[in-house]
Design a protein around this ligand. Structure first.
Ligand SMILES: *[C@@H]1O[C@H](CO)[C@@H](O)[C@H](O)[C@H]1NC(C)=O
Ligand SMILES: *[C@@H]1O[C@H](CO)[C@@H](O)[C@H](O)[C@H]1NC(C)=O
Ligand SMILES: *[C@@H]1O[C@H](CO)[C@@H](O)[C@H](O)[C@H]1NC(C)=O
Ligand SMILES: *[C@@H]1O[C@H](CO)[C@@H](O)[C@H](O)[C@H]1NC(C)=O
Length: 381
């Protein structure tokens, strides 16, 4: 009896100590919501390019849907649209390059990523990726929060080119560990597929990143300003809805067969698109990325990727918003004689489409020049 009561005393003492320790340390275990600015100054761990994917999907090559041929007028459609209809249902492709620990060693650690830059890049665009790595997409601690970068890609080119381009991406990956590549044809009409594959990857590997910039590799993004803007959202640290950019509404599918954006009735019957943000670049919260991914399961793929995002938002009852600083349609400088590439116009904006690699390099350096002097006439309109 005596002995067992001793054990009882000891365990009671142990439990009380544990409780005290818990109370002492509890104040450090702040929930994510109350950490407005992630103060974790430790860089996310070094990434290991050889690490296997965290998730391996059972994968069977997707077979074309032969019934597509029975759609009225199918044979009159351009080849790339026929292709789209044959493979519209395919949503799983094996990964050729992955960086499972891009956002941290575990999915939970991705909460340390404040802004994830998700950049659509075709394998050809080596020069664009290189300049982005050195400029606006540089991974860094900005105003106390982490910026991470990832390029998303498919495969392209004839079989010999394809082998070389895959080798190129592999080499870049050894150096930078910043590429996700899936084994699908990286064509314009497969951009929605690329988007959805990225969201699936994010849910598995980077689910708690606070915000994302989703954009093309030919934009100039002022990521310093983006961090400042996102930090200024007082009641949203990524856990509430945000989807903002160059808002487009009251438009519908282009029905002219010559257009790059041609979407025939066989692909979408409705003559209207929901409101959406131009795909050159838009900002969204981690919360909204999750909602869009959830909605995508029940919405058939549409070839125009930015419109597809709008459809997912609409289905979730959420709205895209307009941000004055996002200029995917270009910048309107106030006077015809003014230099369109005067850095003063670019200090205040969030994003402009489109820039060549050398222009990005110059502009990034010029807007950081401490001696840059700008006057009132430099306000963009
Ligand atoms: C194949 O295409 C037909 C015609 O568009 C469509 O009704 C059917 O749902 C498609 N099947 C799959 C698996 O997507
Ligand atoms: C990729 O898709 C485009 C458009 O559908 C097509 O022109 C091209 O031949 C395809 N490339 C390969 C390698 O399948
Ligand atoms: C999309 O990628 C798949 C897989 O490579 C390919 O079969 C299909 O033709 C592509 N679709 C388009 C429209 O290029
Ligand atoms: C998305 O779907 C998952 C699984 O159904 C659910 O647990 C989660 O709450 C959903 N997230 C949002 C933001 O809708």
């Amino acid at each position: 009896m005596r002995r067992s009561s001793n054990i009882f005393d000891i365990s009671a003492l142990f439990m009380i100590s544990a409780l005290c320790l818990f109370i002492i340390f509890k104040k450090d275990l702040l929930p994510r919501d109350s950490v407005k600015i992630s103060t974790n100054e430790q860089p996310p761990p070094n990434r290991n390019p050889t690490r296997a994917s965290r998730f391996n999907y059972p994968w069977n090559p997707c077979t074309p849907n032969d019934s597509a041929r029975s759609i009225p007028g199918f044979s009159t459609l351009p080849g790339h649209i026929q292709n789209f209809l044959y493979y519209r249902h395919c949503r799983q492709f094996p990964m050729l390059l992955d960086v499972p620990d891009l956002c941290g060693a575990t999915p939970e650690e991705s909460a340390n990523v404040f802004l994830l830059l998700v950049i659509k890049s075709s394998p050809w665009n080596y020069d664009r990726r290189e300049v982005l790595r050195k400029t606006w997409a540089k991974e860094r601690l900005q105003d106390g929060v982490w910026i991470r970068r990832v390029f998303i890609s498919g495969v392209t080119g004839s079989s010999e080119e394809q082998r070389k381009l895959n080798k190129l991406l592999w080499l870049e990956q050894q150096e930078n560990q910043d590429i996700l590549q899936w084994d699908f044809n990286d064509s314009f009409f497969n951009l929605t597929l690329k988007q959805v594959l990225f969201l699936e990857w994010m849910m598995n590997n980077c689910p708690r990143a606070h915000f994302l910039l989703n954009g093309d590799d030919d934009i100039f993004a002022n990521t310093d300003n983006m961090v400042e803007y996102l930090q200024s959202l007082k009641d949203n640290d990524g856990d509430k809805h945000l989807f903002t950019g160059h808002l487009i509404h009251y438009v519908g599918p282009i029905r002219e067969p010559g257009s790059k954006y041609y979407v025939p009735v066989q692909v979408q019957e409705s003559n209207s698109y929901p409101p959406y943000c131009g795909g050159g670049g838009f900002l969204l919260s981690g919360f909204t990325a999750t909602v869009i991914y959830n909605m995508s399961h029940s919405i058939e793929l549409l070839p125009i990727d930015d419109v597809y995002m709008g459809m997912c938002l609409e289905k979730a009852g959420l709205e895209p918003a307009s941000h004055f600083g996002v200029r995917t349609a270009g910048l309107h400088v106030p006077s015809l004689t003014a230099d369109k590439y005067d850095p003063c116009y670019y200090r205040e904006i969030l994003l402009v489409h489109r820039f060549l690699p050398h222009q990005i390099f110059i502009m990034w350096h010029e807007i950081h020049n401490p001696r840059l002097k700008c006057g009132k006439s430099h306000n963009v309109i």
